[in-house]
Design a protein around this ligand. Structure first.
Ligand SMILES: [Zn+2]
Length: 469
């Protein structure tokens, strides 16, 4: 490993605490206490790290970049992992049993066609779908499974039908823990389970709906051998916040004007906001990028709430967060990764957006589908939820929130192959909204690209090529 961890000489106590986000409660708990929601008031918890940058911001930058340089030539988790490289910012000691599948280290792509589509001079896409299991969940799971090992758990449990399940299954297998995934029987597409099965997780089909699975997970949290890795787990946010550090490093420490993310359960926006805030508090950046969150129209409870906030009242003050969010009881979107009507981390995400001066808006299924195909034209594949970002940026340019020359980065959350069926249906013109029994709404596929028939001759192929050009 390059250099000694900066923290070792400066800290005697635990490297942070778990704190209730309810300002009126603000109860704190030790890092190794197995609590998921505040036992006093039931609110979610967040980790408050004891941050320090010994030697100053430049020394920290150098340390992180020297670890990155060692990268593939090293076996140390702090060199190969895009999470553990930033150990000084995380609530773990240097002798923790770091779980890693070499997560992070994801590309930051230039996307000129998508930029023109949005009406801006340039756009970069940070692709978290290039993580080991194909989604942004992996950075958080590396931290959560390391915490599970420290807590002495033997089994990690979650209720999820998609990316979280795949990530948990992989990281539990890597840490030697059993993984159990709870699903509502008969309501889950087998293709979504493929990864979890392959990683050897115990997949339990429960007689009941998704809410029943969630209740069971909460009940299981009382068992000493079981560790809960659902969205309420604050250690996942700690792993995910490293995306902010990696992103700023890739920008050579020049803070972009805007960072735009999809909004489902809001863990992603919470984590990025926390990461940027921590860099600012250490003097490693001089301002926050404006953090904006884009939801799908049929699953947009936070965008509805945001539209009714008095932003003038919030300006220049510590954000005042409403106590309740009106959930969407029957969320509808083909972007299944963000088909969430009652996001767990909405308060933390809203606080981060308000502090940064960003926006929370929604986009239609049509806007989302065309934006996804446009990202594809930039030779970058992503799952549908990720494309809310480009659709949202186009809208934010139209409203003047984003200026033509602003430096804009969108975070893509999942790999294209997470949902190939969506792409085929778009390009064959068969994509329609899932309205749960009502009349389906078929989409126009503006960027449609269907397979063409050609005779088995050189002339026929050359003729097809000419037509294409
Ligand atoms: Zn509390």
């Amino acid at each position: 490993m390059a250099g000694r961890p900066a923290r070792a000489a400066t800290r005697n106590a635990e490297p942070g605490v778990q704190r209730c986000i309810n300002v009126a409660c603000a109860a704190t708990y030790g890092l190794r206490e197995r609590v998921y929601l505040c036992p006093r008031c039931g609110e979610t918890l967040e980790i408050v790290c004891r941050l320090a940058a010994p030697g100053g911001p430049m020394a920290m930058r150098k340390l992180w970049s020297s670890r990155r340089a060692l990268g593939a030539r090293s076996e140390d988790a702090r060199d190969v992992s895009g999470v553990w490289r930033y150990l000084e910012m995380l609530p773990f000691e240097e002798d923790a049993p770091f779980v890693t599948l070499f997560e992070g280290n994801t590309p930051l792509y230039d996307a000129p066609r998508s930029a023109a589509y949005c009406g801006i001079a340039s756009l970069r896409l940070k692709h978290q779908g290039y993580n080991p299991t194909g989604s942004f969940k992996d950075t958080g799971m590396a931290a959560a499974m390391t915490q599970a090992m420290l807590s002495g758990a033997r089994t990690a449990v979650c209720a999820s039908t998609g990316n979280t399940a795949a990530s948990l299954a992989a990281y539990a297998a890597r840490s030697g823990l059993k993984a159990a995934i709870l699903l509502p029987r008969g309501q889950v597409s087998p293709s979504k389970l493929a990864q979890s099965l392959d990683y050897g997780a115990l997949v339990l089909e429960i007689d009941g709906n998704f809410d029943a699975c969630m209740r069971l997970v909460e009940e299981l949290g009382g068992e000493p051998s079981i560790y809960i890795a659902n969205s309420i787990n604050p250690f996942r946010i700690e792993g995910q916040k490293t995306v902010a550090f990696e992103l700023i490093e890739q920008c050579r420490w020049r803070v972009p004007d805007h960072v735009v993310v999809p909004g489902g359960n809001m863990g992603n926006s919470t984590a990025l906001g926390k990461g940027f805030q921590e860099l600012l508090s250490l003097g490693m950046i001089d301002r926050l990028p404006k953090l904006s969150v884009i939801q799908a129209e049929g699953a947009a409870p936070l965008a509805h709430l945001f539209a009714n906030l008095d932003l003038k009242k919030q300006a220049g003050r510590e954000p005042s967060i409403p106590s309740k969010l009106e959930p969407v009881h029957n969320p509808q979107t083909l972007a299944t990764a963000i088909k969430i009507g009652a996001p767990v981390s909405w308060k933390k995400a809203l606080r981060a957006v308000l502090r940064s001066g960003g926006q929370i808006i929604s986009v239609s299924e049509q806007e989302l589908a065309d934006a996804k195909a446009m990202i594809g034209r930039d030779s970058i594949g992503c799952e549908p939820a990720s494309a809310t970002t480009v659709a949202g940026i186009k809208k934010l340019v139209a409203t003047g929130h984003i200026a033509r020359t602003d430096d804009v980065i969108a975070v893509l959350t999942g790999h294209a192959l997470k949902d190939p069926d969506y792409m085929i249906r778009y390009h064959e013109g068969g994509l329609s909204s899932d309205t749960g029994g009502k009349r389906d709404l078929a989409f126009a596929s503006a960027l449609r690209n269907t397979p063409k028939h050609a005779a088995a001759t050189k002339a026929a192929i050359l003729s097809s090529l000419e037509q294409q050009l």
